[in-house]
Design a protein around this ligand. Sequence first.
Ligand code: CKP
Ligand code: MG
Length: 316
Amino acid sequence: MKRALGMGEIMIQMNPTEKGALRFQTLFERHVAGSEANTIIQMQRLGIECSFLTSVGSDEFGKVILSTLRSEGVNTEGVIEDEKNPTAVYFVQRSYPVPEKTMVFYYRKGSAASNYGPQYLKDSYFDGIDLFLVSGITPALSDSCRDAAIKAIDMAKKHGALVAFDTNIRINLLKTKENALKTLEPFIRKADILFTGAGDLSMLFDGDLEKSKESMKKMADVAKLIVFKKGSGGVEAFTGGKRYSMPSYKVPVIDELGAGDACDGAFLASYLSGKSIEESLKYANVAGAITVSLKGDIEPLPDWKAIETFLNVHEA
Ligand code: CKP
Ligand code: MG
C-alpha cells in the first residue's frame, strides 16, 4: 500500500444552512476542513495510507478535528495538542454577492496550527512514505509554519518521497503579489508534482498569460508533473513534454469550497496507485464535481465505489 503524509491547518468551518450575506444568517452547520487535510482524507478514502502533521488547540474544536482524522483512518501521531493557542474557525458565505461563488472569513490569527514549527518534526514520520503534501496556505500562516514546511520537504526528499505542492494562494494571508511570489517560489522549485490554477498563476506572474506560460515551462523543468486546474473548464496535466486535457462534468454548484483539494487528492491517489495520467485526471474531475455539489469539504469526498457510481450515470 502506498503511503502519504500531509501538513497544514485544519479548522472548524461554519457553513450557513442558507445562501446569502452572512449578516443575515442565523443557522450554521459545523464542518471540519483545511486544504491539505481535505486532500489527505480524499487519498485515504481512495486506499492510500495517510498521516498528518499539524497543531490543534487543546479545546473542544481540536477534539472534533482529531476524531475526524481518526475516524477516517488517518494517523494522528504527528498532531500536537497546543495548550496555549486555540483551534481556528472560519465562516463560509455562499452565492453572495456572486451567485455560485463561495467566500470565506477566517478567525485564524494566532491559532494553534499557525504556531506549529520545525521543532515538532521527527524523522520517524517520514519513514516509508511515498509522498509528502503541503500547499501555499501553510507557509502563508507564519514564519514557523513556513520553516516547518521547508524542513518537512527536505526530510521527505531524503526519505526518497515525492513532494506535491498546491500553490493555493490566499491573498488575505499573503497580502501582496510580491509577497506571494517570494513566499511560494522556494516551494514551487522543490515540488515534484505541482498543482495550480489560472487565478494563482496570474497572481504569481501579474496576470500576464504569456509570462505565465514561459514561467510554467520553467517550472515544468523543475516539477516532473504540473496539474493545472481550470474549475468548470476541467483539468490539464503537463509532463514529459506532453499535455493531457480532461473536461469537467456538469453538475449543480452548491459549495465550490474544497473542490480543488478533492481534485488533488483523487489525482494523487490514482497516480500513486499506478493509474495513467488520463485516468488520474478523470478521477480528479469526478472528485471535484461531487465536492462542488454538496456542502462541507470532507463529507463529499468519494471512495472508489462512489466514483464508479458517478461515472455509471455520467458516462452512460
Ligand atoms: O482550494 P480549495 O477550495 O480546495 O481549498 C479550500 C480550503 O484550507 C478550505 O477548506 C479552507 O479551510 C482552506 O482551503 C483555507 O485555508 O482557505
Ligand atoms: Mg485550492
